[in-house]
Design a binder for this molecule. Structure first.
Ligand SMILES: *Cc1c(COP(=O)(O)O)cnc(C)c1O
Length: 364
């Protein structure tokens, strides 16, 4: 019998610079156009080696802002996987655009290249990829394919801060990347997000959209700016993000070294990819992964899959009209569970998680 523990779902994101930066923002002004926001944007641009970073009020705002950076008319099509959160798809609907659900490649969240070709039409305006739980996908291949069709690649990297592909940040493989810094994500400002791009024209359009079209009355926009106090937190925490990732990766390495149960495996990491340690993704072998979800929850280990019920998005009422056959996505979503890796987990917590998972036997 293993002694029961309750494992915390989320860790703290505190950094030693938080209070200093908040104090500085309080003293110097903290609207969405204040200097501290520009400093935060410069820090993000420098961290990722991109030309432009635009801070916004949420990850959903980041997706909407990214869509404002591409040309589209109502009824145009955006290709996206059905294995992502509805948060990615709602902004598509809000713009009067049609989501076209493309299947994923087997055993991963990257788009299936053959199905992607089938999804592309004369009305395709963008492809959105979503590397879930920080696991890299082959965005390089997607980018090469869509470039041949003149279609921009948007990456929703809400989970994939600091995820790498081919020795570079995965966000540098697309046209526009969007991030969330909601408290439950890899990096937290409480609520918040940002968009990155190397394309100056797109950056200008995105910035304008998030600021009421610069109030000129020439283009549509709303107010999606991030407030200065949250930007101050982002600035402070961005300096410690690499160390934060190292602690998560250390927890992952410790846990993987202890696991010895063949009822599941870690989701395969694509060639050339490096995870960020946002969560450990486990894939059940030959049985319904929800069995493992229920088992770990009963032992006090939270699973995002238990929280959100992973199913293809076209099964949701708003999206049934967009159903397409996506057998890989359907199978993938039913096979998975997540395990926390956040920096607040002690070695004892990791050892407990390993003991619990090693004791799992499928009920069927
Ligand atoms: C969380 C999430 C969002 C939305 O981010 P918020 O900051 O909560 O608005 C968008 N896309 C993905 C993939 C997410 O996980």
């Amino acid at each position: 019998m293993i002694e029961h523990r309750t494992i915390a779902d989320l860790g703290s994101h505190d950094s030693p610079d938080d209070v200093n930066e908040l104090t500085r923002a309080l003293a110097s002004g903290f609207s969405g156009t204040s200097g501290i926001v520009a400093e935060y944007e410069a820090a993000i641009a420098s961290l990722y080696g991109v030309e432009h970073a635009i801070a916004v009020s949420s990850g959903a705002a980041a997706v909407a802002a990214a869509l404002s950076g591409i040309d589209h008319d109502p009824g145009d099509e955006i290709i996206v996987s059905p294995a992502c959160p509805i948060c990615t798809v709602l902004p598509i609907l809000a713009f009067g655009l049609k989501p076209i659900f493309c299947d994923v490649a087997p055993d991963g969240f990257g788009l299936d290249q053959q199905d992607l070709v089938r999804c592309i039409t004369a009305r395709t305006r963008a492809v959105i990829e979503v590397p879930m739980w920080g696991y890299p996908i082959r965005s390089d291949e997607t980018a090469a394919l869509v470039a041949k069709h003149g279609i921009p690649l948007i990456q929703d990297l809400a989970h994939a801060h600091l995820t790498r592909l081919n020795g570079d940040w995965i966000g540098r493989h697309g046209s526009i990347a969007c991030f969330s810094s909601h408290d439950c994500k890899f990096m937290s400002t409480g609520e918040g997000g940002f968009v990155t791009t190397d394309d100056s024209l797109r950056a200008e359009r995105i910035r304008s959209y998030t600021r009421f079209g610069n109030l000129t009355g020439e283009s549509v926009g709303v107010n999606l700016k991030l407030g200065g106090l949250l930007a101050a937190l982002g600035l402070a925490r961005s300096r410690h993000l690499l160390a934060h990732r190292e602690r998560r990766l250390r927890n992952r390495a410790r846990l993987l070294a202890l696991l010895n149960n063949h009822a599941f495996r870690e989701l395969p990491v694509v060639t050339g990819g490096e995870v960020n340690g946002y969560a450990l993704l486990l894939q059940s072998a030959g049985h319904d992964g929800r069995d493992l979800v229920r088992y770990q929850q009963a032992h006090g280990i939270p699973s995002d899959v238990g929280k959100y019920d992973n199913k293809p998005l076209f099964l949701l009422p708003l999206l049934t009209a967009y159903e397409r056959p996506c057998p890989n996505a359907t199978r993938l979503l039913r096979s998975l569970t997540t395990v926390p890796l956040h920096p607040d987990l002690s070695d004892d917590d990791i050892d407990y998680i390993a003991k619990v998972l090693n004791g799992y036997a499928p009920t069927r």
